[in-house]
Design a protein around this ligand. Structure first.
Ligand code: C5P
Length: 223
Protein backbone atom coordinates (compact mmCIF):
# COMPACT_ATOMS: atom_id res chain seq x y z
CA UNK A 1 0.00 0.00 0.00
CA UNK A 2 1.08 3.56 -0.54
CA UNK A 3 0.30 7.22 0.14
CA UNK A 4 0.26 9.61 -2.82
CA UNK A 5 1.15 13.29 -2.77
CA UNK A 6 -0.35 15.40 -5.53
CA UNK A 7 1.24 18.86 -5.75
CA UNK A 8 -1.50 21.13 -7.12
CA UNK A 9 -0.27 24.36 -5.57
CA UNK A 10 1.07 26.09 -8.67
CA UNK A 11 -0.37 29.17 -10.32
CA UNK A 12 0.11 27.65 -13.80
CA UNK A 13 0.96 30.97 -15.45
CA UNK A 14 2.25 29.33 -18.64
CA UNK A 15 -1.33 28.07 -19.16
CA UNK A 16 -3.26 31.24 -18.32
CA UNK A 17 -2.92 34.28 -16.08
CA UNK A 18 -6.59 34.08 -15.09
CA UNK A 19 -7.87 30.48 -15.13
CA UNK A 20 -6.29 27.47 -13.42
CA UNK A 21 -5.28 24.63 -15.75
CA UNK A 22 -6.27 22.20 -13.02
CA UNK A 23 -9.91 23.24 -13.50
CA UNK A 24 -9.80 23.01 -17.29
CA UNK A 25 -12.20 20.46 -18.81
CA UNK A 26 -10.87 16.93 -19.11
CA UNK A 27 -13.53 14.57 -20.45
CA UNK A 28 -16.34 16.35 -18.60
CA UNK A 29 -14.52 16.84 -15.29
CA UNK A 30 -11.78 19.21 -14.08
CA UNK A 31 -8.20 18.05 -14.66
CA UNK A 32 -7.59 17.74 -10.90
CA UNK A 33 -10.68 15.49 -10.55
CA UNK A 34 -9.32 13.12 -13.22
CA UNK A 35 -5.88 13.01 -11.60
CA UNK A 36 -7.24 12.21 -8.14
CA UNK A 37 -9.71 9.66 -9.60
CA UNK A 38 -6.85 7.69 -11.20
CA UNK A 39 -5.26 7.12 -7.78
CA UNK A 40 -8.54 6.82 -5.84
CA UNK A 41 -9.54 3.82 -7.94
CA UNK A 42 -6.14 2.09 -7.59
CA UNK A 43 -6.38 -0.74 -5.03
CA UNK A 44 -2.90 -0.12 -3.54
CA UNK A 45 -3.52 3.56 -2.79
CA UNK A 46 -5.03 4.23 0.63
CA UNK A 47 -4.25 7.93 1.11
CA UNK A 48 -4.05 10.88 -1.30
CA UNK A 49 -2.70 14.22 -0.12
CA UNK A 50 -3.72 17.06 -2.41
CA UNK A 51 -1.55 20.14 -1.94
CA UNK A 52 -3.60 23.12 -3.10
CA UNK A 53 -2.99 26.87 -3.39
CA UNK A 54 -3.75 28.60 -0.07
CA UNK A 55 -6.69 30.67 -1.42
CA UNK A 56 -8.48 27.74 -3.09
CA UNK A 57 -9.41 25.49 -0.18
CA UNK A 58 -13.19 25.50 -0.70
CA UNK A 59 -13.01 24.97 -4.47
CA UNK A 60 -10.73 21.94 -4.12
CA UNK A 61 -12.82 20.48 -1.31
CA UNK A 62 -16.07 20.75 -3.30
CA UNK A 63 -14.52 19.48 -6.56
CA UNK A 64 -12.98 16.44 -4.86
CA UNK A 65 -15.75 15.69 -2.34
CA UNK A 66 -16.55 12.29 -3.91
CA UNK A 67 -13.02 11.12 -3.04
CA UNK A 68 -13.26 12.11 0.66
CA UNK A 69 -12.65 8.55 1.85
CA UNK A 70 -9.00 8.71 0.78
CA UNK A 71 -8.20 12.42 0.34
CA UNK A 72 -6.49 14.82 2.76
CA UNK A 73 -5.43 18.39 2.06
CA UNK A 74 -2.26 20.40 2.63
CA UNK A 75 -1.44 24.01 1.76
CA UNK A 76 0.84 24.75 -1.20
CA UNK A 77 4.12 26.62 -0.86
CA UNK A 78 5.96 29.07 -3.10
CA UNK A 79 7.58 26.32 -5.18
CA UNK A 80 6.70 22.78 -6.21
CA UNK A 81 9.39 21.44 -3.88
CA UNK A 82 7.95 23.34 -0.90
CA UNK A 83 4.42 22.16 -1.79
CA UNK A 84 5.52 18.52 -1.80
CA UNK A 85 7.35 19.01 1.51
CA UNK A 86 4.13 20.39 3.03
CA UNK A 87 2.34 17.31 1.66
CA UNK A 88 4.88 14.95 3.24
CA UNK A 89 4.17 16.61 6.62
CA UNK A 90 0.51 15.52 6.28
CA UNK A 91 1.12 11.82 5.53
CA UNK A 92 -0.59 9.69 8.20
CA UNK A 93 0.25 6.16 6.98
CA UNK A 94 3.42 4.30 7.95
CA UNK A 95 4.16 2.91 4.47
CA UNK A 96 7.85 3.03 3.60
CA UNK A 97 7.37 4.64 0.17
CA UNK A 98 5.44 7.58 -1.25
CA UNK A 99 4.23 8.27 -4.75
CA UNK A 100 4.49 11.89 -5.86
CA UNK A 101 2.46 12.84 -8.90
CA UNK A 102 1.91 16.15 -10.75
CA UNK A 103 -1.71 17.30 -10.51
CA UNK A 104 -1.38 18.39 -14.13
CA UNK A 105 -0.97 14.78 -15.43
CA UNK A 106 -4.55 13.43 -15.34
CA UNK A 107 -4.00 10.65 -17.89
CA UNK A 108 -1.87 8.50 -15.57
CA UNK A 109 -2.81 4.81 -16.03
CA UNK A 110 -3.00 2.02 -13.46
CA UNK A 111 -0.41 0.19 -15.58
CA UNK A 112 2.06 3.03 -15.07
CA UNK A 113 1.30 3.21 -11.32
CA UNK A 114 1.90 -0.57 -11.15
CA UNK A 115 5.18 -0.26 -13.08
CA UNK A 116 6.51 2.38 -10.68
CA UNK A 117 5.49 0.27 -7.66
CA UNK A 118 6.94 -2.99 -9.05
CA UNK A 119 10.72 -2.70 -8.40
CA UNK A 120 11.99 -4.10 -5.06
CA UNK A 121 11.48 -1.85 -2.02
CA UNK A 122 15.25 -1.50 -1.63
CA UNK A 123 15.31 1.09 -4.43
CA UNK A 124 15.04 4.54 -2.81
CA UNK A 125 13.68 6.11 -5.98
CA UNK A 126 11.90 4.84 -9.07
CA UNK A 127 11.13 7.29 -11.87
CA UNK A 128 9.17 6.82 -15.12
CA UNK A 129 10.80 8.39 -18.17
CA UNK A 130 10.47 8.35 -21.94
CA UNK A 131 13.21 8.70 -24.58
CA UNK A 132 13.61 12.18 -26.04
CA UNK A 133 12.50 12.12 -29.68
CA UNK A 134 13.28 15.69 -30.78
CA UNK A 135 16.80 16.82 -31.54
CA UNK A 136 17.91 18.95 -28.59
CA UNK A 137 20.04 22.09 -28.95
CA UNK A 138 21.82 23.99 -26.25
CA UNK A 139 21.19 27.70 -26.99
CA UNK A 140 22.15 31.07 -25.56
CA UNK A 141 20.22 34.21 -26.57
CA UNK A 142 18.80 32.35 -29.59
CA UNK A 143 22.26 31.38 -30.83
CA UNK A 144 22.86 27.64 -31.24
CA UNK A 145 25.79 26.48 -29.13
CA UNK A 146 25.73 22.74 -29.73
CA UNK A 147 23.56 19.70 -30.33
CA UNK A 148 23.17 17.50 -27.26
CA UNK A 149 23.47 13.72 -27.75
CA UNK A 150 19.84 12.71 -27.28
CA UNK A 151 20.65 9.00 -26.92
CA UNK A 152 21.66 9.73 -23.31
CA UNK A 153 18.60 11.88 -22.53
CA UNK A 154 15.20 10.93 -21.16
CA UNK A 155 12.18 13.08 -20.30
CA UNK A 156 11.04 12.44 -16.75
CA UNK A 157 7.41 11.96 -15.73
CA UNK A 158 5.50 11.26 -12.55
CA UNK A 159 4.42 9.32 -10.47
CA UNK A 160 7.81 9.10 -8.80
CA UNK A 161 8.23 6.48 -6.08
CA UNK A 162 10.39 7.75 -3.24
CA UNK A 163 11.50 6.15 0.03
CA UNK A 164 9.85 8.41 2.62
CA UNK A 165 12.54 8.39 5.31
CA UNK A 166 15.26 9.05 2.72
CA UNK A 167 13.31 12.01 1.34
CA UNK A 168 12.82 13.46 4.83
CA UNK A 169 16.58 13.12 5.43
CA UNK A 170 17.24 14.87 2.10
CA UNK A 171 15.01 17.76 3.24
CA UNK A 172 16.93 17.98 6.52
CA UNK A 173 20.30 17.97 4.74
CA UNK A 174 19.46 20.47 1.98
CA UNK A 175 19.65 24.16 2.96
CA UNK A 176 17.47 25.36 0.05
CA UNK A 177 15.05 23.02 -1.75
CA UNK A 178 13.35 25.73 -3.88
CA UNK A 179 15.31 25.18 -7.10
CA UNK A 180 14.51 21.45 -7.44
CA UNK A 181 11.82 20.82 -10.07
CA UNK A 182 11.18 17.27 -8.88
CA UNK A 183 11.99 15.09 -5.87
CA UNK A 184 14.36 12.94 -7.93
CA UNK A 185 16.65 15.96 -8.50
CA UNK A 186 16.69 16.66 -4.78
CA UNK A 187 17.56 13.02 -4.01
CA UNK A 188 20.26 13.02 -6.74
CA UNK A 189 21.89 16.07 -5.15
CA UNK A 190 22.33 13.90 -2.05
CA UNK A 191 23.91 11.08 -4.08
CA UNK A 192 20.93 8.75 -3.67
CA UNK A 193 20.66 6.21 -6.52
CA UNK A 194 17.54 6.02 -8.67
CA UNK A 195 16.25 3.76 -11.39
CA UNK A 196 14.09 4.40 -14.45
CA UNK A 197 11.01 2.43 -15.55
CA UNK A 198 9.43 3.01 -18.96
CA UNK A 199 7.09 6.00 -18.85
CA UNK A 200 3.95 6.46 -20.93
CA UNK A 201 3.94 8.93 -23.84
CA UNK A 202 0.22 9.50 -23.15
CA UNK A 203 0.93 10.64 -19.58
CA UNK A 204 1.35 14.24 -20.70
CA UNK A 205 1.50 17.25 -18.41
CA UNK A 206 -0.89 20.12 -19.03
CA UNK A 207 1.36 23.16 -19.27
CA UNK A 208 0.04 25.20 -22.21
CA UNK A 209 -3.63 25.49 -23.36
CA UNK A 210 -3.03 23.25 -26.40
CA UNK A 211 -1.93 20.43 -24.08
CA UNK A 212 -5.51 20.20 -22.82
CA UNK A 213 -6.79 19.82 -26.40
CA UNK A 214 -4.26 17.04 -27.08
CA UNK A 215 -5.08 15.34 -23.79
CA UNK A 216 -8.83 15.31 -24.45
CA UNK A 217 -8.22 13.85 -27.91
CA UNK A 218 -5.98 11.12 -26.42
CA UNK A 219 -8.47 10.26 -23.69
CA UNK A 220 -11.36 10.09 -26.19
CA UNK A 221 -9.37 7.54 -28.21
CA UNK A 222 -8.63 5.36 -25.19
CA UNK A 223 -11.99 5.33 -23.39
O1 C5P B 1 5.39 24.07 -12.93
P1 C5P B 1 5.18 22.62 -13.18
O2 C5P B 1 4.20 22.37 -14.28
O3 C5P B 1 6.44 21.80 -13.32
O4 C5P B 1 4.46 22.08 -11.86
C1 C5P B 1 4.28 20.71 -11.63
C2 C5P B 1 3.25 20.51 -10.54
O5 C5P B 1 3.66 21.15 -9.34
C3 C5P B 1 1.87 21.10 -10.91
O6 C5P B 1 0.90 20.09 -10.68
C4 C5P B 1 1.75 22.30 -9.99
O7 C5P B 1 0.42 22.57 -9.59
C5 C5P B 1 2.61 21.91 -8.79
N1 C5P B 1 3.12 23.07 -8.05
C6 C5P B 1 2.84 23.18 -6.69
N2 C5P B 1 3.25 24.30 -5.97
C7 C5P B 1 3.92 25.29 -6.58
C8 C5P B 1 4.24 25.18 -7.97
C9 C5P B 1 3.83 24.05 -8.68
O8 C5P B 1 2.21 22.30 -6.10
N3 C5P B 1 4.27 26.37 -5.86
Amino acid sequence: MVSVIIPAGGSGERFSKTSSKLFGDCQGHPVIYRTVAAFFTHPKVDEIIVVHPPHNTALFASTLAVFNAKVRYAMGGDTRAQSVKNGVDHVTTSHSHLLIHDAARPNVSHNLINAVMAPPDAHPMVIPAVPVTDTIKQVKNNAIQRTVDRSVLMAVQTPQRIHKATLINAYDDTPSIESFTDEASLMESQGIPGIIVPGDPCNIKVTHPQDLTILNALMTMHH
